[in-house]
Design a protein around this ligand. Structure first.
Ligand code: C2E
Ligand code: MG
Ligand code: MG
Length: 705
């Protein structure tokens, strides 16, 4: 019998020991095995309640200093839902009802204790139900909280996939309100980026596994397409039938766009959006394989814009950048469908022409690309003409190695550049040229020590009276046992190697010493002009170097004129201005050389402290034939005079040119018509002759009248 008794932990609040025994007996008789605590002092109630989990509290109602409802309140204060049953000897109907109202679960008269066990039985059952309801409610509250506060967009549909609920994140991500979507199907978010098979696959997986997850492109209310990571689960009811679907998704667009951006940046040139070197290489691989397999060829054209650096220097990088973008667009528009263009940085572009038949004239392709440049470019209202040089290397006949192919195209473009605005196919001989270049570079490195440099002087003549009023020092190189080499052939190499700094210093020193000698020999010495290359002009020690050379040679700065190219002045104008001001302050005369070949305007040059403008030979040479050049020269002279500059015309070769220049009040002339550049001894001799009172002025061809 005992084995069937149910354990019951019971708190008995009762002042009568006898009644406790009666209660216990009633419990045992009713099938319980009570594990009890009996208290009679009201002060013990609270600790007893807090101490242990009781199945039931039995409380006498009218204790001496205490009424049962106070025990009840304690129970409620502790938020305990334990059956509280009043067991009383004499409780009136009304008191009992009040007690029940206050929360007691039942009351039992002590003379009817047989009811006790069944009442407890019932109350325990009900407490259990209440408890599980409470837990379920808590669960629901928790679920609702998760649903609402989730950063994932959540959508709950019925078995027919009609939307029942969506959460706040869903609304935020998609832009739709809850009211808008309820009753609709989630395919309202479809972006049309996926085909039907894609969605069939998803549903197949959900049917089979009850679950699917993956990346999907959706569409927001505003039409924007965006990627999400989506998971869909089917919810089944107790019969095993699908009752709901729950979809949760996170918006991947931020992550995606960062990824895409990185992808893009690593493969495309940021300025023109053309494939960069890396992507170009990657794309070139396939055509190379095809060419080998099918006996075809791939042409690699390396395009470089002539003198682009000058544009950046004179018009500014923002215009240079706009031009590079336009060039990129024009190239893309001009090529065949299967061809592709890349930008390798700076003003370098590459064009791949895959799958060419042996008979295809690659020169025709090159020519059509050259034609892209025949129309002017327009930037900010300026009309700018550009000319490209193109080097072409062919796969596989020149080489079957991509890196070598690039190198060959690059070699060819350098050759094309030297010819100016043309295209050149690579050929083996070109490598010999680069070997020559290396030889020349080595020879130049030794030339100073070996005293192979020499200065020639070309007289500058006052056009009004024919008198020599100055001379330009021009560098010559005479390697042992070899012909004289002219500046055009080696100055660029001196610039590239940085040797121009030491050679330039030598030029200045040599010119100053020769000027000293001239001053000691002739009656009226003349000032000497010395050319400064852009690199020299930028060099931070320039002013110090000039000062010390003047001091060393004992030459007063007024006898020295420095010729600076337009590019030097336009490059970093602030720095140029500071340098020019220092030189000008020392008393040195300053001339702009080769004026008209750059992009500077006279009004711009006005800002700089200059004395002389040298009109480039190319304008002078066409005087008499080309009306445009005549107009240009005319206006240069007029404007220069307005800016208080003296004008020198370079390269006067005939009487016609001289007449024009004299008629247009050009101040000074220089050219073969008067004299070719000559060694210093001959200049001294010429000056002595000229200053002989019997001989009045310099006449054409250097002959003395
Ligand atoms: P540039 O400063 O414009 O010098 C004038 C050039 O025109 C000289 O060439 C001169 O020989 C040439 N020339 C003068 N009159 C005539 C003419 O009537 N007809 C023709 N066809 N040419 C004429 P060069 O001596 O070959 O020098 C070429 C360039 O090399 C110079 O142009 C200058 O830019 C540079 N250069 C020469 N010497 C030096 C130097 O010591 N330092 C630097 N940095 N550059 C130098
Ligand atoms: Mg010059
Ligand atoms: Mg010049």
């Amino acid at each position: 019998m005992n084995g069937e008794l149910r354990k019951l932990s019971v708190l008995i609040i009762e002042d009568s020991e006898d009644d406790v025994l009666l209660i216990l007996r009633a419990l045992r008789n009713g099938g319980f095995d009570p594990n009890y605590l009996h208290i009679e002092n009201p002060n013990d109630i609270k600790p007893a309640l807090a101490d242990k989990t009781w199945d039931v509290v039995l409380c006498d109602y009218n204790l001496p200093q205490f009424i049962g409802t106070e025990a009840l309140r304690l129970l409620q204060d502790l938020n305990l839902d334990i059956p509280f049953i009043i067991v009383s000897g004499a409780i009136g109907e009304e008191t009992a009802v009040n007690a029940m109202r206050s929360g007691a679960h039942d009351y039992i008269m002590k003379n009817n204790l047989a009811r006790l066990a069944p009442v407890i039985e019932r109350e325990l059952r009900e407490a259990k139900i209440r408890n599980s309801r409470r837990l379920a409610l808590e669960d629901l509250r928790l679920a609702a909280k998760v649903f609402e506060s989730s950063v994932e967009g959540i959508v709950i549909t019925d078995a027919q996939t009609r939307i029942l609920r969506v959460n706040q994140s869903f609304c935020e991500i998609t832009g739709y309100s809850q009211e808008h979507v309820i009753g609709l199907k989630p395919d309202m978010l479809q972006s049309r980026r996926h085909n039907m098979d894609f969605f069939k696959g998803i549903w197949k997986s959900i049917k089979r596994h009850g679950y699917w997850q993956g990346e999907v492109w959706n569409r927001r209310k505003n039409g924007e397409i965006f990627p999400v990571w989506l998971s869909v689960s089917a919810v089944k009811n107790s019969n095993g039938q699908v009752s709901h679907y729950i979809g949760g998704f996170t918006d991947l667009s931020a992550q995606k766009s960062a990824e895409e951006r990185i992808q893009h940046l690593t493969h495309y040139d940021a300025l023109t959006d053309l494939p960069n070197r890396t992507l170009f290489h990657a794309r070139f691989k396939q055509p190379m394989q095809n060419a080998l397999r099918h006996n075809r060829r791939v042409a690699l054209l390396h395009l470089d814009i002539d003198r682009f650096i000058k544009i950046n220097d004179t018009l500014g990088h923002h215009i240079g950048d706009r031009l590079l973008q336009q060039v990129g667009r024009r190239l893309v528009a001009s090529i065949h469908d299967r061809d592709f263009v890349g930008r390798f940085g700076g003003d370098e572009y590459a064009i791949a022409c895959p799958d060419l038949d042996q008979s295809v004239e690659v020169s025709a392709i090159a020519q059509s690309i050259m034609n892209v440049f025949s129309e002017p470019f327009w930037v900010e209202g300026r009309e700018i003409f550009l000319s490209p040089s193109i080097g072409i290397a062919l796969f596989p006949e020149d080489t079957d190695d991509y890196d070598e192919l690039l190198k060959f195209a690059d070699t060819a473009v350098h050759h094309a550049k030297r010819q100016g605005g043309t295209y050149q196919f690579y050929h083996r001989g070109m490598n010999v040229d680069s070997a020559n270049r290396l030889k020349m570079e080595n020879a130049l490195r030794r030339a100073l020590d070996r005293q192979e440099f020499k200065l020639y002087y070309q007289p500058q003549v006052n056009l009004a009276n024919g008198k020599i009023i100055g001379a330009e020092a021009l560098l010559r190189w005479k390697p042992a046992n070899q012909d004289m080499v002219y500046p055009e052939q080696f100055i660029p190499l001196l610039e590239e190697t940085g040797l121009i700094i030491s050679v330039g210093e030598w030029v200045l020193r040599a010119a100053c010493y020769q000027l000293r000698a001239l001053q000691n020999t002739v009656q009226s010495p003349i000032p000497i002009s010395v050319n400064l290359s852009p690199m020299q002009f930028r060099h931070k020690d320039l002013v110090g170097m000039i000062e010390s050379v003047l001091e060393e040679t004992g030459i007063d700065a007024h006898w020295l004129e420095l010729e600076i190219t337009e590019t030097s002045v336009m490059e970093e104008p602030e720095h140029a201005l500071a340098t020019l001001q220092q030189l000008y302050g020392m008393g040195i005369r300053l001339a702009v050389d080769d004026f008209g070949t750059g992009y500077s305007s006279l009004s711009y040059l006005k800002k700089f402290p200059l004395d002389v403008l040298k009109i480039d030979r190319s304008f002078v040479s066409d005087l008499g034939h080309d009306l445009d050049d005549a107009a240009i020269v005319d206006s240069i002279i007029a404007m220069a005079h307005r800016l208080n500059l003296k004008v020198i015309a370079e390269g006067i070769e005939n009487q016609g040119q001289l007449d024009f220049l004299q008629n247009h009040e050009c101040d000074i002339g220089q050219g073969f018509y008067y004299s070719k550049p000559m060694p210093s001894e001959l200049l001294t001799h010429t000056l002595i002759e000229e200053q002989n009172p019997l001989i009045q002025h310099m006449t054409p061809q250097g002959h003395c009248a």
